[in-house]
Write a protein that binds this ligand. Structure first.
Ligand code: NAP
Length: 370
């Protein structure tokens, strides 16, 4: 178990999360008492490096980016502009504060995965890239702390659909570079889906050409089956695979992707790790176990959830979406949580029971016969 004996100037982000929790003991005692109690009587059930002003755990990307160190928890930007919670895009200042909070809390030398998309917007479809460009225009000093992932492949059509034809992939990459306006490089371009109409080998060749041309630096895949990842990786190195991983979505096909990526040295960007929002999961057996583990360990249910996803391997990088600073801090702090064997076993058991019934297959119904 890790004990941190030095007292930094400010309480950690995990403590900020505890303050947010109405049930936390932090709310019932003065700060000085809380600090002393917490140092002396560490919670024996979880390994939480406390009282550091920044998160500690990092991860490495894979493929051609294996030398890049990122925070263990990334930041999904999608809901800031696409299907935002209240139907209205998050105001710039709120979104920017949330992005900065995550990057400010990184350990030295680590970068934050910022997960964007060429089609993460309604009007215009490129609204997320526009947001990213405005952010780096205003805060260029954050460029060195960011690893920008952009997924793309939407058809040039008024109706949203995906089109992975060579020409359209080229168009999407150019469009993304164009929308970023030179404010930040596109570190990583991800094929949003694999199309049954376009062999992955062809897609990888086109992406390699675009990479060679300097449009972006690394190649990623999204929502891709294990056997397709193997085929793609033979053509060009795959840096990461984005796939939905949450306690509610961990069926065999997902586990195969997790195992295959580990074997091939590819990172997993685990999307929707909160199952698209814990509020939608009330009354579920998995939620009950997460709530129970969280309560006993004095962490939040969201942290328990993200920490469980992170615990699937060193190559797992959960990318929860959070539009608010406090939640970004809460979520990134979850990367430093290590469960006791007992708690991990309890969560594993309920997850296995639920996922034994199968789940959503890895594919996308909106993929058009382009
Ligand atoms: N590759 C793909 O096909 C794909 C598909 C979907 C998503 N993604 C990526 O994955 C990222 C995350 O996915 P997601 O947004 O669908 O799902 P998610 O991360 O599981 O859940 C996000 C939702 O949970 C809320 N939330 C965040 N932190 C919380 C906390 N600590 N406590 C309680 N609620 C919290 C968010 O609210 P607020 O926003 O109000 O903070 C938001 O409503 C996206 O941003 C995107 O980058 C990729």
């Amino acid at each position: 178990m890790h004990y941190n004996t030095t007292l930094p100037a400010a309480p950690s982000c995990l403590d900020a999360a505890r303050v947010a929790s109405a049930e936390g003991p932090r709310n019932r005692m003065p700060t000085s008492v809380w600090l002393i109690v917490h140092i002396v009587v560490r919670n024996p059930l979880v390994n939480i490096p406390s009282f550091t002003s920044m998160v500690q755990k990092t991860a490495r990307l894979g493929g051609s980016a294996s030398n890049v160190i990122v925070g263990k928890i990334g930041h999904g930007l999608m809901r800031m502009t696409w299907f935002p919670k209240n139907g209205i895009p998050v105001p710039d200042e709120e979104a920017f504060e949330s992005m900065r909070a995550g990057m400010d809390n990184l350990p030295p030398g680590a970068k934050m995965i910022l997960n964007s998309g060429e089609f993460y917007g309604h009007e215009p479809r490129t609204a997320n890239l526009d947001l990213v460009a405005r952010f780096f225009e205003k805060y260029p000093q954050y460029k060195e702390k960011a690893f920008l992932c952009v997924k793309g492949g939407s058809a040039n059509d008024t109706v949203f659909r995906l089109d992975m034809s060579d020409d359209n992939v080229r168009r999407c990459v150019d469009l993304s570079v164009d929308k970023l306006r030179g404010t930040i490089e596109m570190h990583h371009f991800e094929l949003a889906r694999v199309s049954p109409h376009h062999p992955i080998e062809d897609n990888m060749k086109v992406l390699s050409e675009l990479l060679e041309a300097g449009k972006f630096h690394h190649i990623g895949l999204s929502e891709t089956r294990a056997e397709t990842i193997r085929r793609a990786h033979k053509v060009a190195p795959v840096t990461s695979v984005e796939i939905e991983v949450s306690p509610w979505n961990y069926h065999q096909q997902i586990q195969d992707v997790v195992d295959t990526c580990k074997e091939l040295g590819i990172a997993i960007l685990a999307y929707s790790p909160l199952g698209t929002g814990l509020d939608k999961k009330e009354g579920h057996a998995i939620t009950d176990v997460l709530n129970d583990v969280a309560k006993r360990n004095n962490i939040t249910p969201a942290q328990a959830c993200i920490a469980w996803v992170a615990s699937r391997g060193d190559h797992m990088i959960p990318i929860p979406g959070s539009s608010h600073k406090d939640r970004t801090l809460e979520n990134t702090a979850a990367g430093d949580i290590e469960f006791s064997h007992e708690d991990l076993a309890k969560i594993d058991a309920v997850v296995a029971e639920h996922n034994a019934k199968g789940g959503r297959p890895i594919d996308d119904p909106r993929m058009d016969a382009a």
